[in-house]
Ligand binder design. Structure first.
Ligand code: ASP
Ligand code: MG
Length: 466
């Protein structure tokens, strides 16, 4: 069971989440994965950037406020000094590491990816001992575990990848005996370590990934991601008021949705469970009586083929082109080796058959560095006007229509574009993979809501068809 930042956001949330674990642990062996209390990772990272500029106060004031926040939660959750003391001293240890990390950064005015990982991991490390102690308070034995002892990764700081067999071995060795004795390991999400022990992080929002990495390593029967929404919805309810929870979807559909910014799941979350076909639930820790969404290898089919819509907004469209690139065979290769080198995830690609323009989409955060790297890569070609422009448009968004059974169902694309046309929504670029589980198109950011409403209505997604 994984609990995200909002599910451990304060003492009340931690107690509610720990109660969910305690109830389940009385019936089956359970391992928990916890995120940092909500907002903490952002604050840690912000202070790191201040420290890098030589600011010594930012780290100090943050550690002070984190001490207060975590001590307050602890005091509310755990009764009596003797039980609080060991957790308090663990929190102090972690905070003194924090202090040294911030001081070192401010002194050197340098923030390496490795140091940034050490700093951003502190929130999870502070949270796990409190969660474990809360389980004890509820009568179920919990034990805080740092994922550096169980998840082995490569050394790509800020977005490390797990090494499957090493992780399997370590986690079974470390967590297996606890589970056998009915003890709940409470593992820090988001982090791991290289084989020689350097702490790494799996990328922002990576606690979901931690949960499935561990679930797969431990041959879990099921994995439950406890979050603050009732599962996977047909569309973003802030934009589409009659959006509803989808009871069951396939790995593939969920991956499409995660990828396309339905923000419920980290995009890599389902990778570790694919081989064993472990079901993954998305449930609401604030409403545990609701069933949420079950993600299974095949999903459950519904009529019509379209299951959900999603939009991804913090993105930019980059285009590389000009008539000069027609027939230049390495433009595509060089473009995407450049993005790969930056580990800038490419969310959509479209190239017309005239070949004179390749456009693709990356997260806004990656756009400036991608643009700069491409200009460098193609400097010669730009000078000789082989490539005429490399441009960026940040005022756009991707909307995707997702459903496994769209495959072989004619008319979905037709209906989609017809309903958008009727609403006067202009389409800037289109992509449909040959898997046919997703039709994505780029529209101006201003038109997102209109596009979602139109397609949601067209495919009858607001009506309960389950
Ligand atoms: N705390 C980390 C983050 O905010 C990981 C997570 O919450 O999944 O990115
Ligand atoms: Mg999260």
């Amino acid at each position: 069971m994984k609990f995200g930042g909002t599910s451990v956001g304060d003492a009340t949330c931690i107690r509610r989440s720990a109660q969910i674990v305690a109830d389940a642990a009385r019936k089956h062996p359970v391992a928990a994965v916890v995120s940092a209390m909500s907002g903490v990772t952002n604050r840690l990272i912000d202070a790191a950037h201040y420290a890098k500029r030589g600011d010594r106060g930012a780290g100090k004031s943050l550690t002070g406020s984190l001490r207060k926040q975590h001590f307050d939660a602890l005091a509310t959750l755990i009764q009596g000094e003797p039980k609080q003391a060991p957790v308090q001293s663990r929190i102090e240890e972690i905070l003194s590491e924090a202090t040294r990390l911030y001081e070192g950064t401010a002194l050197l005015q340098e923030l390496t990816p490795r140091t940034l990982d050490a700093i951003s991991s502190l929130g999870e490390r502070l949270c796990a001992p409190i969660f474990a102690a809360t389980l004890n308070e509820l009568g179920v034995q919990g034990s805080a575990i740092e994922a550096t002892d169980v998840i082995v990764t490569d050394s790509f700081h800020g977005g490390a990848e797990p090494l499957t067999s090493e992780t399997r071995q370590k986690s079974q060795m470390k967590l297996g005996p606890l589970l056998k004795e009915g003890i709940v390991p409470v593992v820090t999400g988001f982090i791991g370590a290289t084989a020689d022990g350097a702490l790494t992080t799996l990328g922002r929002g990576g606690s979901d990934y931690s949960a499935t990495i561990l679930g797969a390593a431990l041959d879990a029967e099921e994995i439950i991601i406890w979050t603050d929404v009732e599962g996977v919805l047909t569309a973003d309810p802030r934009l589409v008021s009659d959006a509803r929870t989808i009871p069951e979807i396939s790995y593939r559909e969920a991956a499409e949705l995660a990828y396309f910014g339905a923000k419920v799941l980290h995009p890599k979350t389902l990778r570790p469970v694919l081989p064993a076909g472990i079901p993954v639930w998305i449930r609401n820790s604030f409403a545990p009586e609701k069933l949420g969404t079950k993600i299974t290898p095949k999903g459950r089919s519904i009529g019509g083929g379209v299951k959900a819509l999603t939009a991804i907004r913090d993105v930019a469209l980059i285009s590389v082109g000009g008539p000069g690139i027609v027939g230049v065979t390495d433009v595509v290769g060089r473009t995407f080796s450049t993005t790969a080198e930056l580990r800038a995830e490419v969310l959509l690609i479209s190239q017309s058959s005239s070949q004179n323009d390749i456009c693709f989409i990356v997260a806004k955060a990656h756009a400036p560095t991608t643009l700069e790297a491409l200009r460098k890569e193609f400097a010669q070609d730009l000078a000789h006007e082989v490539v005429e422009h490399i441009t960026m448009d940040p005022e756009i968004a991707i909307v995707a229509v997702v459903g496994e059974n769209m495959r072989g169902t004619p008319g979905v694309a037709g209906r989609t574009f017809h309903c958008l046309g009727q609403e006067g929504v202009n389409i800037i670029a289109i992509a449909q993979g040959s898997s046919e589980t997703n039709i994505s198109f780029v529209v101006s950011d201003k038109a997102v809501k209109q596009a979602l409403l139109a397609a949601h209505r067209e495919f009858g997604l607001g009506v309960d068809g389950s």
